[in-house]
Design a protein around this ligand. Sequence first.
Ligand code: NAP
Ligand code: MG
Length: 490
Amino acid sequence: MDYGYQRMYINAERVDAQSGQTIDVFDPAFGTVIARVPQGNSSDIDQAVRSARHCFDSGVWPGRPARERERILLDLAQIIRRERDILAQTEVKDCGKPLADALADIDEAAFILEYYGGWVTKLNGEIPPTNPEAMSLIVKEPIGVAGLIIPWNYPFLMAIQKIAPALAAGCTCVLKPAEQTPLTALALPKYLEEALLPPGAVNIVTGYGDEAGEALVKHPGVDMISFTGSLEVGRHIQKTAALQIKRVTLELGGKSPNIVFADTNLDDAVAKTCFGVFWNQGEVCSAGSRVIVQEPIYDEFLDRVDNYLSSIKMGCGTHPDTTMGPLISLEHQKRVQEHVKSAYKDGAQCRAKGTLPDDSALIHGYFVEPMVFTNVDMTMRIMREEIFGPVMAVMPFSTEDEAVTLANDTPYGLAAALWTNDIKRALAVAKKLRAGTVWINDSQPAPSEAPWGGYKQSGQGRELGRMGLEEYLETKHIYINLNRGINTPE
Ligand code: NAP
Ligand code: MG
């Protein structure tokens, strides 16, 4: 399938980059070019920010009655549910994930629009009990224009995860999709128009991070940046935004621990631990890639992991049997292979390997076989750095305290999982883990009604849930002197 040339979206118009330059978009399963998109730069970002500013400052979006804004978000959700198949097919071609996973992403995106749509009419303020001679009104207001910068691993879901709360809060926005995966974001404009979203409320500029992304962060017309991506870029964005004291929320990487106690149900623990590392080809910020298993069950756990690996079917995401697709790009394939080499060099042992696709049509795809390493310790890169590929590292532990120490021995703190049938232990350990999400007897569920975000260097602020909405809001205190009202006689 060739998607041809897809334009950006500024002030409800499909536009080219002012420079005329374009970026090729690849199908990672075949390594072929399937589309071209504009290479937006600072001039295009400036146009997009002006459009968002006008829509915000004129009150066209934030001044619209709450129930009308709610209706638009709910209508958009319906349209996306109607278009789920076409959006999911596009997502598979663009980022390689299996079709069932892409469908789940689109369905969750529609739910997120419904969830935040529902909040629009429920954003009440507060009246605290102050001096009876006065009244304090605490009101929530949209922060203004939001710059939204997203990665390539959940392209559509991430776009909606930011657009929905921004619009629900009354903000307008400029979205910069990842250069590798712009196609489902660029499918949005016709749905936004069908839902009757006013021009300028959502603008989409494709381009490279160091041009378009950087310009969005630096633009004085942008009131906040919501960023999801790597630690390195997140740190750079925070420094740049500091010059304007711009609000920044950061959803960054992880090196999440997965602790398996000997008293757990092993069938469940193995299946979900493996899922937690290998789903989405390991391209998951919360992947539970550091697996810590209590000594009495260590060998049996590994035997069962071998079985899981042999059941993984790599291939093209559109094939119904495929359970693991290619990585996103040639560059990323090389990066993951470098991590694997360094694991061998550091003395880790490859315990098990999956098999690459046997279809010769996929020879130029960016596939990396899933791997499990043992004989690892916390000094090795494989245990410290985010790999973002299908690589699991497993080590044994003996006591609960040791497990907690190993789990927390990382600069990251996005998520952690633990497996035990002892609820007292489960809650005690959950409290000691320094992570934004702790799963007890599960791995990876992230319901959109609950907050998502990192401790330590995995980020700041929260996405999803009510907290995710509050990131796009300002708080205003209006103080009324009741002795000096307009109609009070002198
Ligand atoms: P990335 O390289 O940091 O890129 C993320 C986005 O930032 C892309 O749109 C990128 O543009 C843009 N960007 C790059 N440099 C920029 C700059 N100087 N100023 C502004 N924007 C810039 O991350 P990635 O490789 O796409 O994604 C993988 C990372 O995302 C992993 O570390 C993963 O853990 C993290 N992630 C975190 C979460 C979470 O919820 N915590 C979820 C998913 C992914 P380009 O398109 O040109 O690269
Ligand atoms: Mg990138």
